[in-house]
Design a protein around this ligand. Sequence first.
Ligand code: MSP
Length: 662
Amino acid sequence: MTEERILKQGNKGFYITTPIYYVNDVPHIGHAYTTVAADVLARYKRLCGETVLFATGTDEHGKKIQRSAQQQGQAPRALADTVVRRFQEAWRLLDISYDDFIRTTEDRHTAVVEEMWNRMKASGDIYEGVYEGWYCVPDESYWTEKELADGKCPVCGRDVERVQEQGYFFRLSRYQQPLLEHIGAHPDFILPASRRNEILSFVREGLKDLSITRAGFDWGIKVPDNPKLVIYVWLDALLNYLTVAGYSRDEDRFKRFWPPSLHIVGKDIIKFHAVYWPAFLMSAGIPLPEHIVAHGWWTMGDVKMSKSLGNVVSPESLVGAYGADATRYFLLREVPFGLDGNFSDTAVQTRINSDLANDLGNLLSRATGMVVRFAGGVLPVPDIADESDRALQQQAADLSRAYDAAMNNIEFHTALAAVWEFIRGANRYVDQTKPWQDAKAGNIQRLNTRLYHTIEATRITAVYLLPFMPGTAQKILAAVSQETKGLSLQQLSAWGGAVSGARIVQAQPLFEKRTDAGKAAAGARSAPQEQQIRPTANGKKKDGGQTPEQPAQQMNQLISIDQFKTVELKVGTILSAQKVEGSSKLIKLEVDIGEKRIIVAGIGKSYKPEELPGKRIVVVANLQPAELFGIQSQGMLLAAGDPEHLGLLTLDRDAANGTRIK
Ligand code: MSP
């Protein structure tokens, strides 16, 4: 039986990429999600014996970065240098095994961008003209008047600026037909199918030529022969994938890895990857990537996490609260890749408690414990397998097929679900065969067979977990004395790999059960409700009605009174208020809650600063501080209502500032 697999093994190396991240933003869970997913596939492919090039990096040019740097009073390069370290540190904490980290400010990249500019020009695809329209700096994207949604960016809902400048255009319109043909001939080029359809209808509506230069600032790669203009940051950024592959620099590397096997991106940047990028490549006569897969968004309280909303969870706080492996497991197990998922500490803790501490922890603990107790810590030789033993072996064979199919179809949650079905099967095997009864009755050969099978099932589980939870998998393999060096997944997962005679020690618990609330998300504030799922360019909600398959517990989450008490709500009075420069929505407040606090609140569309002093409000006093537009916000005020008409929560009787709300 062979299921269809999207990722096929060829002679070429496996080249996998993440988007390169903007350096105006420190890493958050959204960035971690893409990067962990790419890491898992890279590790899996290496384990299958393939040569892998796994690249990530940072997108450092453009107006957005220049503006952020300016707001923080530093040079763009200095800002980039600082934020790059934060990304690299986050990836170290999360055990990310990238082979290359590209920064778009590196010389190797400038050379590629210049070379590509010249090739696209030589194809007759670059011409001079005047761009007149709108530009969204946070998304670094162009919009026509018609595309705007209520005068705002139709993707992120933020303010756009009017642009009229002389520059260069790329003949994108020329590639409408070739793109449609390519997408039609390669059904797996854009994944999942919902995104493919979205892109198909976008291309069918007609492609306009694309402005590919910006004037009036200099933080970017200069246009060859016209250094007053900088190259549009998305053209610059997309070409990073060529730079990493050694384009025009390292012929061997390029031959081995081009075209990219898989670009993993978030659904918000699919248009850039599935329309602009292939058109640039076609223009330069370079083969197109094999697959582009778009994942969904992490939300909190059903609002997209993003730095500008202040509702982000950082990889550091996740790893600090739960460790790298539980974080990696949660991110890929909780939500089918491609759909949105809502983050909550309770959801992480439920996964840790039921899947990691219970199912996996129990299997390891009883497998090693029984060998220590009944066989003196030495793995016995199994006798002839009976029906129960053979059923367990069959489950391992089924797992192998299901796991490989899921991994090659980029369905991480399915691969993990299959591993957990096997773990539960192995636990059932122990429950049903009751080896302790054989020990008591002196059925030594039966006992030995059960012990061997239980250890073997544990070992095989660990092998499949190597890509997802490398540290934990290695701990389990060490406990069952399995060497992995130089062995492929196929060799490691074959039944019978556990070596009789090996020393087995009682394994320590891998994961502690968690019941504490509010861990990793403690510093993240809920975002105002107006920032709900962003509309698309055609004004429809972006998700096309897809909802994550959330576990039942999550949909019906109840909290205990003790959990509620962890939130310190206090009465306060607003002392002063002023608009935050550069934001249409944020107001900086000085508030008395028994002590003075600075709070940055997203209420600027509903209140003028002068209306606010003297208002009695309710404040969340024990939020970790968060930085918004360079201002440290030391709490959050409560408000409700639609975006333009938020109402502040207040008291209908007097209570002193600082009074705790119960
Ligand atoms: N610099 C561009 C990418 C250029 S690639 C040639 C960019 N950078 S980004 O830092 O803003 O975002 C990078 C990725 O993070 C995107 O794929 C985006 O979808 C993802 N995420 C940002 N917030 C997210 C969530 N809340 N949830 C999941 N992923 C999201 O775009």
